[in-house]
Design a protein around this ligand. Structure first.
Ligand code: NDP
Length: 253
């Protein structure tokens, strides 16, 4: 299928987990993909899976890095038509014991990062008259996640920013929507299962089960289910879906 032939998609955090699945799905539909992240090895491993996927090293917490890496990608593959602001970190801390530097690290990565990359791609979308911005928020962007004050606040912020983009550029061919997954089977969840297992004396399988039980259907969401939602938001007939939060959590959040 070549629905996106000639389109350029920029996916941050595209070397692993949800971002990698989205990169592969859009590449299969003909788009040229730039994946961005800090670890070139992880990015190269994804590039090896499709000759339509190309890597750029970018730290989304660093404005100059975002600006320069986005410019470099645009120079080679043209203006960004589809942007998935996916890079993020998920760490927990009891609210009253949360150090300010921990709070700032999460906010800078998840919220400032999404702001910077979206800001850099919007002008090109407005110029061409077609664009899709998809932010990867979380169900924690819609309700409070215990022990996740910084994470939840950052993901609420991502939704707020996405809604503003949709309001500000409505009717100009550009849409902005936020995807809000529950627990998805990715390295983030594997790392958290290891932490829970250590802290609570549970086996890894039991720790994973505590996370699946948070999803309404009691299963981990698979990365391809998130990628399918991205394909839908970018696909034919999607122009009127704008400013929405799309929950992928097995049931109502
Ligand atoms: P991963 O840890 O696999 O992906 C996170 C990606 O973000 C990595 O590729 C990482 O690459 C990149 N990243 C992190 N920090 C930076 C940075 N400073 N600059 C550039 N890239 C960065 O986990 P997921 O695939 O699960 O996470 C993807 C997104 O989905 C995140 O925003 C997460 O919050 C969200 N999400 C995940 C859920 C889950 O249950 N898995 C549920 C809901 C939302 P590198 O380290 O090389 O920079």
């Amino acid at each position: 299928m070549s629905i996106h032939q000639g389109r350029h998609a920029l996916i941050t955090g595209g070397g692993t987990g949800i971002g990698e699945a989205i990169a592969l799905a859009l590449a299969a539909q003909g788009a040229e993909i730039t994946i961005a992240g800090r670890r070139i090895d992880a990015l190269n491993a994804t590039c090896a899976k499709s000759d339509k996927i190309h890597a750029v090293v970018m730290d989304v917490t660093d404005e100059a890095s975002v600006v320069n890496a986005t410019k470099a990608a645009i120079k080679v593959r043209g203006p960004v038509d589809i942007h998935v602001a996916n890079a993020g970190i998920a760490e927990t801390s009891a609210f009253a014991k949360t150090p300010l530097d921990f709070w700032r690290k999460i906010m800078t990565t998840n919220l400032d990062g999404a702001f910077l990359t979206c800001r850099e791609v919007v002008p090109g979308m407005l110029k061409s008259g077609w664009g899709r911005i998809i932010t990867i928020s979380s169900i924690a962007g819609l309700r409070g996640l215990k022990y996740g004050a910084a994470y939840s606040a950052s993901k609420h912020g991502v939704i707020g920013m996405t809604r503003v983009i949709s309001e500000e550029y409505m009717g100009r061919g550009l849409t902005a929507n936020a995807i809000c997954p529950g627990y998805v089977r990715t390295p983030i969840v594997t790392r958290n299962a290891e932490l829970i297992s250590k802290r609570s004396n549970l086996s890894l399988a039991e720790a994973e089960a505590t996370m699946s039980s948070e999803n309404r259907h009691q299963k981990l969401v698979e990365v391809d289910e998130v990628a399918a939602a991205v394909l839908w938001i970018c696909g034919p007939g999607s122009g009127s879906i704008n400013g929405q939060t799309i929950e992928i959590a097995g049931g109502q959040v």
